[in-house]
Write a protein that binds this ligand. Structure first.
Ligand code: AGP
Length: 611
């Protein structure tokens, strides 16, 4: 987590760094800072503030000097509370070197003791501060690259760092190990960032650093080395970011904008990948395993958070549609529990950001055990996308709201495509394949119909916004949707919520139900509908208040539920893509009513790049 941005060139640096940091704020937003450097300036100019980037911006409002290079940081605390002292950049005791860091220095306790013994003074509780003192210890003869590489040889852990020195106003050094770092190549200017979204406004050419690499930037050149100082030639890649996707475009929040993008993003996920008249799915990213699809005897899907919920839908899809035994694992547990994996086990990792540390670790574990790993990611060029053997992008466009919405529906769309692809080698006939794909192609129009329920959902949200607990119930393929609905509510409104398989309720959670407990039931008219109705009766008999997500023409539900939000009818396998949208809107309106910071909820960050 944490966002890093660096710049060297002749633009107005502090404004540029601030706007870059704003693009990265979703990575962490508890404090922020900048360090700036120019010719003949003895010490670096450093500005740090607690809170969001706007606080830092206020500090800079009176700065009108021209600087030649600078680094900035937006923080998500791992070591040390959010405070000015713990905010980055961290500066050497002589005020000449500044470092911003994303990641965790695992041996920081030991390094801190050694450095204190050597006379260095620490002013923060962060693990990062050891880096700046180490670099300053090795900084001799004005060679910043040498100092950074020597310092990093002492370090265990993960880092993406950017470093500047007061007496080297024309040099910016970056290094990467386990946390992303990208060089943006401009004309007589170079940029450095932990995420391409901070670069897209200035350049379309980028170099993605690999682990163990250091880059030395001047305004007109960049050179990449490994820690042994061997220069490495890197490919220049194109950054593909639609800038309109990182603006709010008139919406009050990114989350709302992203909810309303779903008709388009679902379409973008399957566009160009279907031969509908033949019931065939074409996935270029699977070329490497195209001939082996039939050989996989088991699929293991691993992910975190919302992506894990999509994985649970995937389990249903692979088993139901393609007939392949599938299991789902939390990525954070996967590598610590000695999973039984064989070579005919395909491992699928799902991650919106493509940077989640737990998911990346699970991917590496699966590869180490000889499995083929297929990635489903959104961020192009992300670590997970790069390290998997094959995969597919969901093409949802940048997702900025910390609460994931459009990524979920696109991940489920991608899993549906994969299930058809695998299923067509056996269980799914041509006719069935055609039926599935035609239903998929109708989804974007059906999604638009749900947007029209927005005002009704808002009214329900106002009615329940002061509640302290919510229960979400679903069965079969709707159970993961109940988990996802509960997660959305928890994340952005800080209301306790639990998702539960509806029939499990009677084994415990039913004790919670009284007239104060809102129960959101995913009561769509599929297989176990009658049993769900019985579950709703059980809730009503205990005076629970039921909000049902129901099929368009369902008449029965009006008689028992207190509130009904209707969604259009589609195939059961595709129904989570529709039923989750009212839940996203319900959480959104509840959070707005409670005055919560919807896009940047407390304690969270968009990409969790620490274990
Ligand atoms: C979702 O709303 C969350 N903010 C979070 O659970 C997220 O889905 C999780 O951290 C996984 O992220 P990823 O998809 O980028 O790997």
């Amino acid at each position: 987590m944490c966002g890093i941005v660096g710049y060297i060139g002749d633009k107005n640096i502090h404004n540029l760094l601030i706007s870059g940091l704003k693009r990265l704020e979703y990575r962490g937003y508890d404090s922020a800072g900048l360090a700036l450097c120019k010719e003949n300036q003895k010490n670096l100019k450093v500005f740090r503030s607690k809170g969001k980037i706007v606080e830092l911006e206020k500090l800079l409002s009176k700065v009108d000097d021209k600087f030649s290079c600078g680094i900035g940081h937006t923080r998500w605390a791992t070591h040390g509370v959010p405070s000015v002292q713990n905010a980055h950049p961290h500066v050497s005791n002589d005020g000449k070197i500044a470092v911003v860091h994303n990641g965790i220095i695992e041996n920081n306790e030991h390094l801190r003791e050694v450095l204190i013994e050597e006379g260095f003074k620490f002013s923060s509780e962060t693990d990062t501060e050891v880096l700046v003192h180490l670099i300053s210890k090795y900084y001799k003869d004005g060679d910043l690259f040498e100092a950074v590489s020597s310092a990093l040889k002492n370090v265990e852990g993960t880092y993406g760092i950017a470093v500047i020195a007061a007496d080297k106003p024309g040099v910016l050094v970056g290094a990467k190990n386990g946390s992303p770092l990208i060089v943006g190549i401009g004309e007589n200017e170079m940029l450095l960032a932990s995420d391409a979204s901070a670069l897209g406004a200035y350049t379309s050419e980028a170099v993605y650093l690999s682990d163990g690499e250091i880059v030395v930037l001047n305004a007109d050149s960049y050179h990449t080395y490994n820690l042994e100082h061997v220069e490495i030639n890197k490919d220049v890649e194109e950054i593909q970011i639609e800038m309109s996707r990182i603006e709010k475009s008139g919406y009050d929040h990114y989350m709302l904008k992203e909810i309303y993008e779903q008709d388009k993003t679902i379409n973008d996920c399957f566009r160009g990948r279907l031969l509908p008249e033949q019931g065939i799915v074409k996935l270029g990213g699977l070329a490497q395993i195209e001939d082996k699809l039939k050989d996989y005897k088991k699929i293991t899907i691993t992910a975190c958070g919302t992506s894990w919920h999509a994985a649970l839908v995937g389990e249903y899809l692979f088993e139901e549609l393609a007939g392949i035994p599938t299991e789902v694992e939390y990525a954070s547990e996967f590598r610590y529990r000695n999973p039984v994996l064989t070579k005919d086990n395909l491992v699928i990792v799902i991650s919106q950001s493509g940077e989640t540390a737990d998911t990346l670790a699970a991917l590496r574990e699966a590869k180490m055990r000889g499995c083929t790993v297929l990635g489903i990611t959104n961020v192009i060029g992300s670590a997970i996308a790069r390290e998997t053997d094959c995969g597919m992008y969901i093409h949802a466009g940048i997702e900025i709201g910390v609460a994931s919405t459009k990524a979920f529906t696109s991940q489920v769309t991608a899993l549906f495509l994969l299930a058809i692809k695998f299923g067509r080698t056996g269980k799914i006939s041509g006719t069935k394949g055609i039926e599935y794909l035609k239903a998929l192609m109708k989804l974007p129009e059906l999604v638009k119909k749900i947007y029209k329920k927005s005002e009704d959902i808002k009214k329900i949200a106002l009615e329940f916004s002061s509640k302290r607990n919510f229960l979400y119930l679903g069965r079969g393929i709707q159970f993961p949707v109940s988990l996802e609905g509960a997660l959305k509510l928890k994340e952005i409104s800080y209301i306790h919520a639990e998702g539960y398989p509806a029939a499990e309720m009677k084994h415990g959670p039913i004790a919670l139900i009284d007239e104060d407990m809102p129960v959101v039931v995913l009561a769509l008219q599929y297989g176990v509908y009658d049993k769900l109705i019985s579950n709703i009766h059980e809730v009503k008999a205990r005076k629970g208040r039921v909000i049902a997500i129901a099929s368009e023409n369902d008449k029965t539900i009006d008689k028992i539920a207190d509130y009904v939000i209707r969604v259009p009818v589609t195939l059961e396998a595709l129904s989570p893509i529709l039923s989750v949208i009212p839940l996203q809107l319900l959480s959104y309106y509840i959070a707005v009513e409670r005055g919560c910071d919807v896009d940047q909820p407390r304690n969270l960050a968009k990409s969790v790049t620490v274990e």
